[in-house]
Unconditional design. Structure first.
Length: 166
């Protein structure tokens, strides 16, 4: 059956909104309505993995207002933005605020990159020393050329036993 995209949009818009219950674990982050110009706040239920609401801006006041209207948040996962911290403190003072996983990993990656940049010269020296040690180890484990006797081939491709060194 062929369906027009406008028909699908009309059906989705006509469907009733699911009942929103106050989440106990809430994720808060910003998103771009128009990159570099308009930003909003997305509220996400981290237990049910569903978007709960979109706020029109990134202000502490709009987050505070939403949290006061939806009590019951016990854990609030957010980035390090001061606006979200203030909004969470005012709107859900008993909620435990934690850093979200994405921002933790992003900050860890940034810190690791900074550390590696600062110690780049030392790391190069250590890498060269390790390469030299590996080459020396491989050279020491290779058998000496004098211990390997050549294998002579006869015309009928049968191998002749190598001469045993005396």
């Amino acid at each position: 059956m062929h369906t027009d995209r406008m028909t699908l949009l009309r059906l989705v818009r006509a469907a009733p909104d699911p009942a929103v219950t106050a989440p106990t674990v809430l994720g808060v982050d910003d998103f771009a309505l128009r990159r570099g110009r308009n930003y909003g706040t997305i509220l996400y239920d981290l237990e049910r993995h569903v978007v709960i609401d979109l706020l029109p801006d990134r202000s502490a006041q709009s987050l505070t207002t939403w949290l006061l209207a939806h009590p019951g948040v016990e854990i609030l996962s957010r980035d390090r933005a001061e606006g979200y911290a203030a909004g969470a403190r005012d709107g859900a003072p008993d909620a435990q605020q934690v850093a979200d996983r994405w921002h933790l990993l992003s900050n860890l990656g940034d810190a690791l990159e900074s550390f590696l940049h600062q110690h780049q010269a030392t790391l190069r020296v250590v890498a060269c020393e390790d390469n030299d040690a590996v080459v020396e180890e491989e050279t020491a484990s290779e058998p000496a050329q004098s211990q390997i006797a050549p294998v002579a081939m006869t015309g009928n491709n049968d191998a002749v036993a190598p001469a045993v060194p005396k």
